[in-house]
Structure formats: C-alpha cells, structure tokens
Design a binder for this molecule. Structure first.
Ligand code: ADP
Length: 354
C-alpha cells in the first residue's frame, strides 16, 4: 500500500517535471493596499475577475482596461502557502538534477521580499524551498544521498559581495568558467547545511551582513540584487551516478524609474546599473523564450551569475510583483509589460501549458 502510494506520488512529481521541463513561467502577484493607501481611500486599479485563468486587467482610465495573461495570477488574498504550492514542483526538480532559477521582479514596496523571504510568521519561498528540499531528500534517502550547500551574495553596482564572508566589502569576486563549463565564483563561501535550522542561521548571517555599511538598510536592499544559491550534489546509491545542480533564489533590485531630477552622482550610477542589469535579464529570458541563437548572458553580473540556471533544460520562474494602487499605475504597467515580453508571448499563441 505504502509503496504504491509513494510510486503514485513520484509519478505525479515526474509529470510535473515533464510539464515544466525547459520552461519559463511567469507568476503575477499583487500585494494588498497598504495602510496609507487604505486611509487615503486610494483606488484599486487591478481587475482579478479572470485571475483563476491567469488573466489580469489594469484599469488605465475611464472605462479602459489593459489585459495581461500569465501562468498564474495571485490576488492579495492568496497567501504564501498558495504561492509555494505552485512553485514547489519546480523547486523539487533541482533534486532530480535540473538547474532552477526563481526570482522576484517589481517596483520597490510591491512584495518581492515578502514573496521570497517572507516574515518569521509567514515564511516565503526561500525558507519553504529549503524545507521541502530536506523533506524530499529524506524521503529518498534509501536510494539517493544528497549533499546541500548554500551561498548568499549580493550584486550592488555590478560588484559581487559575499554576504557570508567576515568582511564582504574587502573581497573582490569575479565569475569564472570551470573546466566542466559551469560558472563559478572562486572564493565565494559555500556553507554546508544539513537541516533547516542551519540554513536559517546562514540566511540570518547573510541578511545581517547586507545591512553593514549602509545608512539605510531598506534603501540599500531596494538597490541591490540579493541572491541565494543552493548547490545540490546527488549520489544515486543504486547505480553510483552523481549529479550536481543549482537553484538560484533572487530578490531583484527595485525596477522603478527614478525622476530625472532626483538622480545625481552615486544615485545616478546605481540607477544605471540597476537598469542595465534588469534589462539584461529581460533580454536573456526573451532570447531564450524566442529561441534566439545568441543569448547575451555577459551583459551584466546578474545574468552572468545565473547563466547555468537560465536556458538549456533549466527551469525559470519569475514572480512579477505589483501594487494595486492607482498611484502606481505607470510602474505597474511597466512591470507587466516587462513580464509579458519575458514570456515571449508576443510571437503568437502561448506555447506552453501548465
Ligand atoms: P519589496 O521587497 O518589493 O520592496 P516588500 O516585500 O518589502 O516589498 O513589501 C512591502 C510591504 O508590503 C511589506 O510590509 C510587506 O510585508 C507587505 N506585503 C507585500 N506583499 C504582501 C502580501 N501579499 N500580503 C501581505 N503583505 C504584503
């Protein structure tokens, strides 16, 4: 009985894997109105009538609506559990040897960190991912042994900082290609982890390091990409096969455009670097979705770092995060347009099925 149950579960998992193989999927998540918006009676411009079918409408003016289609649409009522349920098959596929990349894109304040990190009471994708990896690894322990390690880094102004290093700022890190073709950052700390508590400690250390040297932690984190990399080594005890795979979990810098008058000096450089790396990410995924012969990975540190987990038979999931408020309409439209382009759907009918 137990065996057949397990087999059915595996089969289900396998089907999920087949369906998502080589896929780029885009999930759209809208946060609730915040206190300020509620108290000023800010209007909601998002129409969720078609949300169950992945459709979303943005009311752009008097009786005009712009429609978008994604692989999933989450309303402000959908919680962390709902979101993770959809991401989880992709996450688990890293244990089957696939490279996976999950990232959150959007204007600052739209819930990127909420989706990825969450809060201690309401954990996000990062924690749930690692928790599930350990769980599935335990279920499979009689046939496969897994070794899991974690790195935490930040890309700020096109520089890589190792957030697990004792003095992250003084360490100069570059991306190198290894003899097996994979991309590595020599000198980056990889912490071996055996349980979720160890991972939690590593994540805490990373987020503390992120705050060091910045006057305003929130501002700093909105202008840098925070990247968690989970390396999985698997050894199949039946046939001795070994595989290596990598999962990236990325909380991107805020995608908002700054008013030209606000931008000078250091701030201008930051804005240019963010712009450049987010455009590079969009270009890479678009090139992959449209099966272009040239994939421009080298145009930014971000895409160069993610190279092994974007393209080939790896799986990519992007959360496009939006605000429901009328005040954010132009940033919301710009994020949704970015996400639509990334899906490559301009080329014709959607080619993938969930
Ligand atoms: P970002 O990382 O995009 O700058 P945050 O994750 O910091 O945005 O979110 C901004 C605020 O909105 C936070 O206080 C966060 O807790 C809250 N928030 C975002 N998304 C949700 C959600 N789906 N449900 C409840 N609160 C949310």
């Amino acid at each position: 009985q137990k065996y057949s149950e397990e087999q059915a579960k595996r089969k289900e998992l396998y089907n999920h894997i087949q369906e998502t193989k080589g896929n780029i999927r885009v999930f759209c998540r809208c946060r609730p109105l915040n206190k300020d918006e509620t108290s000023t009676k800010s209007a909601t411009i998002v129409d969720f009538d078609g949300a169950k079918d992945g459709e979303l409408g943005i009311i752009t003016g008097n009786n005009s609506k712009k429609s978008f289609k994604f692989d999933r649409v989450y309303t402000p009522k959908d919680g962390q559990v709902d979101v993770f349920a959809d991401a989880s098959p992709m996450v688990v596929s890293v244990l089957d040897g696939y490279n996976v990349c999950i990232f959150a894109y959007g204007q600052t304040g739209t819930g990127k960190t909420f989706t990825m990190e969450g809060t201690p009471q309401n954990r996000g994708v990062n924690y749930r991912t690692v928790e599930q990896l350990f769980e599935v690894a335990r279920e499979r322990r009689e046939t496969i042994t897994y070794n899991i390690s974690v790195s935490v880094l930040e890309v700020y102004n096109e520089q890589i900082r190792d957030l697990l290093a004792t003095s992250p700022a003084s360490k100069k890190l570059e991306i190198k290609q290894s003899s097996d073709g994979s991309h590595q950052v020599p000198g980056l700390i990889e912490a071996n982890v055996e349980n979720i508590n160890e991972v939690w400690n590593v994540l805490q250390a990373g987020s503390n390091a992120r705050a060091v040297g910045s006057n305003n932690v929130n501002e700093h984190s909105s202008r840098s990409h925070c990247m968690l990399s989970i390396m999985v080594k698997a050894k199949n005890l039946m046939n001795g096969d070994c595989t290596k795979s990598k999962l990236w979990l990325v909380d991107l810098a805020g995608s908002e455009r700054l008013a030209k008058t606000d931008v000078q000096g250091e701030r201008l450089k930051e804005a240019q670097n963010i712009n450049r790396s987010l455009s590079a990410l969009g270009d890479v995924i678009y090139a992959l979705a449209t099966k272009s012969s040239h994939i421009p990975y080298r145009n930014s540190k971000l895409t160069h770092l993610l190279q092994d987990s974007l393209g080939g038979d790896s799986k990519t999931l992007m959360f496009v995060q939006i605000s429901p408020s009328e005040h954010d309409v132009s940033e919301t439209l710009s994020s949704l347009n970015f996400a639509t382009r990334v899906r490559g759907v301009e080329l014709g009918p959607a080619r993938r099925q969930l």
